[in-house]
Design a protein around this ligand. Structure first.
Ligand SMILES: N[C@@H](CCC(=O)N[C@@H](CS)C(=O)NCC(=O)O)C(=O)O
Length: 326
């Protein structure tokens, strides 16, 4: 039996067999470049609701930044704490980095879901791509939101950003292929490991996770990025998990066979390279990340004590594989 989406109580996070199963996102529309589309691309019509803590929302923030979409798509940021009523907005004075909801005046993210569909009964997740014109949710699926941001708004951005694509046609099949196993065993794998409520489920997912990290480490020994010399969507999707790995997943989710900073030199080099791209470090808010995980998941950390380390230094200079003196 899987966890019913109706039973979305915050304490019922695993199925009866001890496995964590992520729900399938419900709002799956697309913003398209064509003016006749159901959701046509326009400047200042769509708005992103994110959490700095959430790796899925973080993907959207990164693509928005790297595609020069900051003046085209606005952002609201929730409080780092995921409480009994779900994600809540907070003033930056109360929680530095957070915002109030200037678009809908909501107190909780769930109000947006109920505005879009009063019958909605699944989880109230971020990211949310909101349409200010139709007052509804276009999408709550990060993998699809980043595809929209990658190309649909190109008519509204500065020319220097138009040529940038993180899903180039000649690499699509390879990107889709690598995304699939990285999603299953790494992005979602850390959650399946950390939320496992049975020893065998935990061990199975933890081992699969580290097998994939070994595979990624080998890929990055010879490649600057996952698919060669070009930074793609596959890198950005993985980055948001890796940047949380040592400070959070290693301890809080018991993903502790190795650490990135000490055990995976190639992944560490790659993480630094992405972190140091213009605009990226501003999207990494370690305060929100650590406090969210350690303080929200009281089922696994009931005393809400937050671990100290922020993970490896990411500002250190990087030596790319081709430039290595050996
Ligand atoms: N498949 C979704 C997953 C999003 C997701 O699970 N977000 C988490 C935060 S990391 C969330 O909002 N959880 C709130 C909840 O489950 O109540 C996506 O990639 O957009």
């Amino acid at each position: 039996m899987t966890t019913s989406t109706k039973d979305s109580g915050f304490t019922k996070w695993h199925s009866d067999d001890g496995e964590f199963r992520r729900q399938v996102s419900s709002f799956r529309d697309f913003v398209e470049a064509s003016p006749s589309a159901r959701f046509p691309a326009e400047a200042n019509r769509y708005h992103l609701y994110v959490s700095y803590a959430c790796p899925w929302a973080h993907r959207a923030l990164i693509v928005r930044k790297l595609k020069g979409l900051e003046s085209v798509i606005g952002v609201s940021v929730v409080h780092y704490l995921l409480g009994p009523n779900g994600w809540e907005f907070a003033s930056p004075k109360e929680v530095p980095g957070a915002t109030l909801d200037e678009i809908n005046g909501a107190r909780y993210i769930r109000e947006l879901y109920l505005k879009a569909n009063p019958e909605y009964s699944a989880r109230y997740t971020v990211p949310v791509l909101w349409d200010k014109k139709e007052n509804t949710i276009v999408s709550n699926e990060s993998s699809e939101i980043i595809r929209m941001l990658n190309s649909a708004f190109d008519a509204f951005i500065d020319p220097e950003f138009r040529d940038i694509t993180f899903y180039p046609e000649d690499l699509r099949a390879q990107i889709d292929e690598i995304n699939e196993w990285i999603y299953d065993t790494v992005n979602n794998g850390v959650y399946k490991t950390g939320f496992a409520a049975a020893q065998d489920a935990y061990e199975k997912h933890c081992r699969a996770l580290f097998q994939s990290l070994e595979r990624i480490e080998a890929i990055l020994a010879n490649n600057e990025f996952l698919l060669g010399s070009r930074l793609t969507e596959a890198d950005l999707r993985l980055f948001t998990t890796i940047v949380r790995f040592d400070p959070v997943y290693h301890g809080h989710f018991k993903c502790n066979l190795k650490q990135i900073g000490t055990g995976y030199p190639n992944i560490l080099r790659w993480t630094r390279e992405i972190y140091q791209l213009p605009g990226i470090k501003e999207t990494v808010n370690m305060e929100h990340i650590k406090k969210h995980y350690y303080m929200s998941h009281t089922q696994i950390n009931p005393l809400q004590v937050v671990a100290l380390s922020n993970g490896p230094e990411l500002d250190s200079p990087v030596v790319k594989p081709a430039a290595r003196p050996y």
